[in-house]
Design a protein around this ligand. Structure first.
Ligand code: DSN
Length: 420
């Protein structure tokens, strides 16, 4: 689909120049830089238009056909289309499209399936999990007894035997798989077996890899897991929001946990945009796109490793990679992130497994290819992107040089226009 950006901001420009200017500047930043944050993407014009629509004006507590407010005839059409398309896309028995974002989606599943104080297992944040996967500062680590698992120290990959052993000892009510900084394929079938062996509710948070799962580029756990959550704005290329997919037998509990358990009125403009994104993801080209994300990630990983950088687990199977900049370049993650930012290259500092530094200033950076792939870049372009990254890291203390790289990055990005 042709990329445009026609949001008719003329009224905004007239009425609120400060916000208009900030939006325009942000659009320029997105277009002129190399965006490597693996949880971000660029949405289509159709998704943008649905997001900016009149659905935002309406209250619709309840579900299609069962609302607490009148006047929901067309909102029901939007939400039902989102549900039906999503079911088809992921081969899901039941879908709730109302979660406002990833954290509330995870919260709703826990709330539906566990009582306060119950034990569950999730991956440590520092080894690839997420705050809502049981971190002590998050509700998930405070309201529930989360026993966390990590990766194997030597391989930096999941050790399924160790997870099974831990699960047998811990006897969790729920086991959560799916990560935010794990560069390898997840053996979801093995997680299902582990859950069955210990009698745990089998849940995945596929936020990062949803676009890969929907197209079969990564194993899709939805048909055989009890519940799967995902945000819709990462590899799925939809609006900022989330969904929960589950087995029919858990549908009522999970729907009730979302509304009235945790949320009030759904964001109807966003749900309309989710429906649009699912339509796009059902198109055959979306599979090519998802495939290209992984090809690009592998090409970028190879370039970086050829240039002497250490990648966690020595590479990637998906859309992202973790780079040990401390070992590779003697840089702290924070410093690397900042240097890259000055060069117009955006990533995030990230802990690496068994990091000896702090999460605020860890040893690594996390980078990925969804945005660059959306812009039309291919494997050969990843070589250039890798060269820019290494050049910026090698000149991390030289602001003049980084500024010069930023100009080169802009020129390179001009070759891949998206929003005009
Ligand atoms: N903040 C997201 C990420 O960057 O992975 C996860 O919610």
């Amino acid at each position: 689909m042709e990329a445009r950006y026609e949001m008719h901001l003329d009224f905004l420009r007239e009425y609120d120049k400060e916000i208009f200017d900030a939006i325009e500047a942000e659009k320029q930043r997105q277009m002129e830089g190399i965006e490597l944050i693996p949880s971000e993407n660029l949405v289509s014009q159709a998704v943008l238009e649905a997001m900016g629509s009149v659905g935002t004006n309406k209250y619709s507590e309840g579900y299609p056909g069962k609302r607490y407010y009148g006047g929901n005839e067309y909102i029901d059409v939007m939400e039902s289309l989102a549900i039906e398309r999503c079911k088809k896309l992921f081969n899901a028995e039941h879908v709730n499209v109302q979660p406002l974002s990833g954290s509330p989606a995870n919260m709703a599943v826990y709330y539906a399936m566990m009582g306060v104080g119950d034990t569950f297992m999730g991956m440590k944040l520092t080894e690839g999990g997420h705050l809502t996967h049981g971190h002590p500062v998050n509700f998930s680590g405070k309201l529930y007894n989360c026993v966390q698992y990590g990766v194997d120290k030597k391989t930096e990959r999941l050790d399924y035997d160790a997870i099974l052993k831990q699960a047998k000892e811990v006897k969790p009510k729920l086991i959560l798989s799916g990560y935010t900084a794990y560069p390898r394929e997840i053996d979801f079938k093995r997680f299902r077996e582990i859950c069955d062996e210990v009698g745990a509710f089998c849940m995945a948070d596929i936020a990062h890899i949803a676009g890969l799962c929907a197209t079969g580029i990564h194993e899709n756990p939805v048909p055989y897991f009890d519940a799967v959550t995902t945000t819709t704005h990462k590899t799925l290329r939809g609006p900022r929001g989330a969904i929960i997919m589950c087995k029919e037998e858990f549908a009522e509990k999970i729907d009730k946990a979302v509304f009235p358990g945790l949320q009030g009125g759904p964001h109807n403009h966003i749900n309309a945009a989710k429906a649009v994104a699912f339509k796009e993801a059902l198109e055959p080209e979306f599979k090519d796109y998802a495939e290209q994300i992984v090809k690009n990630a592998k090409a970028l990983a190879e370039t970086l490793m050829e240039k002497g950088l250490r990648l966690i687990s020595n590479g990637t199977d998906n859309h992202l990679m973790l780079v040990d900049v401390f070992k590779g370049k003697g840089l702290a993650g924070k410093q690397a992130e900042h240097a890259l930012e000055l060069a117009g290259i955006y990533c995030n500092k990230n802990t690496i497994p068994f990091d000896t530094r702090t999460p605020w200033d860890p040893s690594g950076i996390r980078i990925g290819t969804p945005v660059l792939t959306t812009r039309g870049m291919k494997e050969s372009d990843m070589k250039q992107v890798g060269e820019f990254i290494v050049k910026a890291l090698d000149n991390a203390s030289d602001e003049g040089k980084l500024k010069q790289i930023k100009e080169e990055v802009k020129e390179f990005c001009d070759g891949f226009p998206f929003y005009r």
